[in-house]
Design a protein around this ligand. Structure first.
Ligand code: BES
Ligand code: ZN
Ligand code: MN
Length: 500
């Protein structure tokens, strides 16, 4: 991992391998471009056919400008000046992160493209973009690409009047959050064969120990005693038994905690209601919710906000076998509510029912769950946007705001009450499927049955958790989303948090 330093030096004074400078649409010189006098950077950029649009870049070697100490300038298009925001910085640097990884030192003026009010957030986003953009998962490659990042030092250049203390804190935040998000990516990218519930629990406990938070893992007999019929039922078709992972971060004295849970299905074959081959291809990612919560806990533990956070993550493997639950079976969840399982592929809600009920018992101030829950949510919102559904306006508003601020946007879907009857069961308290239409909403309504009167929001991350195509700062595969949004939310609720 490179080290990041903050500086208000002139960009031309930095003796670095590459200096990354933004160009607005026009092309129009971004911060630092005009400081370079001996080379007409903008003319070269134009001559290469570039207009300053996002995605354009041009590497200009320093062939003899003595006043410019950098060995090369990398010009990157950032689009319209008026649209510049922290996410534009994250994406712009993310797109060239692999080029930076080949060099030892780099510097950039990117955060200076935003308004002074957003500078600090832009510094954080730029750090995140460098790290997240250079992520790769090559643990299973016998021949590594050979160009693992060589980047040793990145200088983030702020405007002359920048707040150095706040910027340095932003650098540390960006680093911790990006590293935690990449750790979450690793968990999701790891093949299910190598990450059954017990291994996920081990990884969580190792993390907890490393960052100094308390953990407890519930084994199968303990889950039985505790009445976790949903986790046990979903897991009983697999030879690899389920777990519940409990984590606790205490930074807020006696205050009621923020409670988090995430769907941790090690592999979702669908169970006896089995998926087809293409439907199963990426189902190692069905613990993306769990990974996002674990990544969030890691970041929180390292950033130490003044707030309490607890997590309870259910993990099971959904497999078809002679011991698997059958369509028509009834499970009894933590707290006593019963559910009729009419489709064993609607398993996420069955495991989350238990963890939500368990967390509600602890009287937290809010509960947030993340889950790769429904294909229906992907149909509604596409691959990039998570769906938010809950029982509390303020909480929904706050998580949506945190998502927007972090460049991990969500959108609310309505808890349309007439749909509730779609999950009425003939023989149990509720059934685990509604109709095909509105599937994301009936899934959320199922979850709502288990939170009592605790303010709660459910994030359906079936789309954003896993990318079938590479993006600006993520390769194909796990994204680690929405770690940044969740950490942002928790930090905003800490005592002494920035309120603007
Ligand atoms: N894990 C899936 C949802 C999913 C699908 C996530 C595609 C990411 C990509 C979930 O367990 C599931 O199978 N949901 C079913 C529910 C249905 C049976 C009511 C679905 O969405 O089809
Ligand atoms: Zn699933
Ligand atoms: Mn399923």
């Amino acid at each position: 991992m490179p080290t990041f330093v903050f500086s208000t030096d002139r960009p031309t004074d930095l003796d670095v391998d590459v200096l990354v400078l933004p160009v607005f649409e026009g092309p129009e010189a971004g911060p630092g471009v005009k400081d370079v006098k001996g080379i007409d950077l903008l003319a070269l950029f134009s001559a290469a056919g570039s207009k300053g649009k996002r995605g354009e870049s041009l590497l200009v070697p320093n062939t003899g400008d003595k006043a410019l100490r950098a060995k090369a300038v990398l010009l990157v298009g950032v689009g319209e000046r008026s649209d510049a925001d922290p996410d534009v910085c994250r994406r712009a640097i993310g797109r060239v992160a692999h080029q930076l990884a080949k060099r030892k030192t780099a510097a950039t003026t990117l955060p200076q493209i935003v308004s002074s009010k957003e500078q600090v957030d832009a510094v954080q986003a730029t750090v995140e973009g460098v790290l997240l953009g250079s992520y790769r998962f090559d643990r299973y490659k016998s021949k590594k690409d050979g160009d693992a990042s060589r980047l040793g030092k990145v200088t983030i250049l702020g405007a002359g009047k920048a707040d150095a203390k706040a910027s340095k804190e932003a650098i540390r935040r960006g680093q911790v959050i990006a590293e935690s998000q990449m750790w979450a990516r690793d968990l999701v990218n790891t093949p299910a064969l190598d990450l059954p519930p017990a291994e996920l629990a081990k990884a969580a406990q190792a993390m907890a120990k490393e960052v100094g938070i308390t953990s407890k893992v519930w084994t199968e007999p303990e889950l039985k005693k505790g009445g976790f019929g949903g986790v046990l039922g979903v897991g009983q078709g697999s030879i690899r038994p389920p777990r519940l992972i409990e984590l606790r971060y205490s930074g807020g004295g006696k205050g009621a905690p923020i409670a988090l849970t995430g769907k941790g299905i090690a592999f979702d074959s669908g169970g006896l209601s089995i998926k087809d081959a293409t439907g199963m291809e990426w189902m190692k990612s069905d613990m993306g919710g769990a990974a996002s919560i674990l990544g969030t806990m890691r970041a929180i533990a390292l950033l130490k906000p003044k707030v309490n956070v607890i997590a309870a993550i259910p993990s099971a493997e959904n497999m078809p076998s002679g011991s698997a639950i059958r369509p028509g079976d009834v499970l009894k969840h933590r707290g006593g509510t019963t559910s009729e399982v009419l489709n064993t592929d609607a398993e996420g809600r069955l495991v989350l029912a238990d963890s939500l009920a368990f967390l509600a018992e602890k009287k937290p101030r809010v509960i947030i769950d993340t889950a790769t829950l429904t294909g229906a949510c992907m149909i509604a919102l596409g691959t990039d946007i998570w769906g938010a559904m809950g029982n509390d306006r303020e909480l929904i508003r706050d998580v949506l705001a945190a998502g927007d601020a972090a460049g991990e946007p969500g959108w609310e879907l309505p808890m349309h009450e007439p749909y509730r009857k779609l999950i009425d069961s003939d023989i149990a308290d509720i059934k685990n499927i509604g109709k095909r239409y509105g599937g994301a909403i009936t899934a959320a309504m199922f979850l709502r049955e288990f939170v009592g009167d605790v303010p709660w929001v459910h994030l359906d991350i079936a789309g954003p958790a896993f990318a079938e195509r590479a993006g600006d700062y993520w390769p194909k595969g796990a994204t680690g989303s929405p770690v940044r949004a969740l950490v942002g939310y928790v930090l905003s609720k800490a005592d002494g948090a920035r309120t603007s």
